[in-house]
Design a protein around this ligand. Structure first.
Ligand SMILES: [Zn+2]
Length: 262
């Protein structure tokens, strides 16, 4: 099969010098310019003593609203490092991660029985490195289970968590925060600077506001929606029957009991 010179020429002039999907992207946040949140970033980036270490599940990177990047750009370079994988450390990770996971100054945010409130950590013995697992709750549990290096870390939890600002993405449960909100809240505690939280979550607010102004629906948590019968996810026949007829006696049993009664 051959292409005539005319066709080849037509094809060539049809190619844009500037592909449309690349043309209007912000250099910094890599998002289309209309939804760029860079103007909401703290300027200059915030200086903190603590370091945030994000262990990111590979699936998290593909989500459209990634908040770890907002945190990286909101803090001075190197104050938020992101490692990707399903197991930590693995052979592709740098020696720096191993060093962090070996350090007595490293804390793991993980809501287990052993975890202590972050507020109770002796701040005068800091600065600390705080490890966060970025992914859904089942992903985080799987990462923890397959990463023995994490089991040795002192575990902490956040007590005072508000309703998520991250209203675009449905949260699995009440009190479940985005990675950015979680890290911002932790930094506010570790640095004893409550204002850090607001400063760091501003890009998220800007993004949510844009989405809401453009017709996105304000999501509430799945827990809330299910409680109020609004959760739109279709449920299986068996579960549906259980939920709708849990108080009603199945027809079969009704006829049996009638037989017995008569
Ligand atoms: Zn931007």
């Amino acid at each position: 099969m051959t292409i005539s010179t005319d066709d080849a020429w037509q094809e060539l002039i049809g190619i844009s010098a500037d592909p449309p999907d690349m043309r209007d992207k912000c250099e910094q946040c890599k998002r289309p310019v209309v939804v760029c949140w860079c103007s909401a970033l703290p300027q200059p980036p915030l200086a903190v003593d603590s370091q945030i270490v994000i262990l990111q599940h590979p699936a998290e990177e593909k989500r459209s609203l990634r908040t770890a990047h907002m945190l990286q750009l909101g803090l001075q370079p190197g104050k938020c490092v992101v490692y990707k994988g399903k197991r930590f450390p693995n052979t592709r990770h740098s020696a720096e991660l191993q060093h962090l996971l070996d350090s007595p100054q490293t804390l793991l945010l993980y809501p287990s029985k052993e975890s202590v409130p972050l507020e109770n950590i002796d701040r005068s013995a800091g600065p600390y490195n705080l490890v966060l697992i970025d992914g859904t709750w089942p992903q985080a549990k799987a990462i923890y289970a397959s990463s023995p290096a994490l089991h040795r870390l002192r575990q902490v939890k956040l007590i005072a968590v508000g309703i998520s600002d991250y209203i675009i993405r449905t949260q699995p449960t009440e009190g479940c925060l985005s990675t950015l909100e979680t890290a911002a809240q932790c930094l506010a505690v570790l640095e004893s600077q409550p204002e850090l939280r607001q400063l760091l979550v501003r890009p998220l607010h800007a993004l949510c506001k844009y989405q809401l102004d453009n017709g996105a629906v304000e999501h509430q948590s799945k827990e809330f929606l299910m409680k109020t019968n609004q959760y739109p996810k279709p449920i299986g026949k068996r579960l549906s029957r259980l939920l709708n007829y849990s108080n009603a006696v199945p027809l079969e049993q009704q006829s049996h009991s009638q037989e017995r009664d008569s």
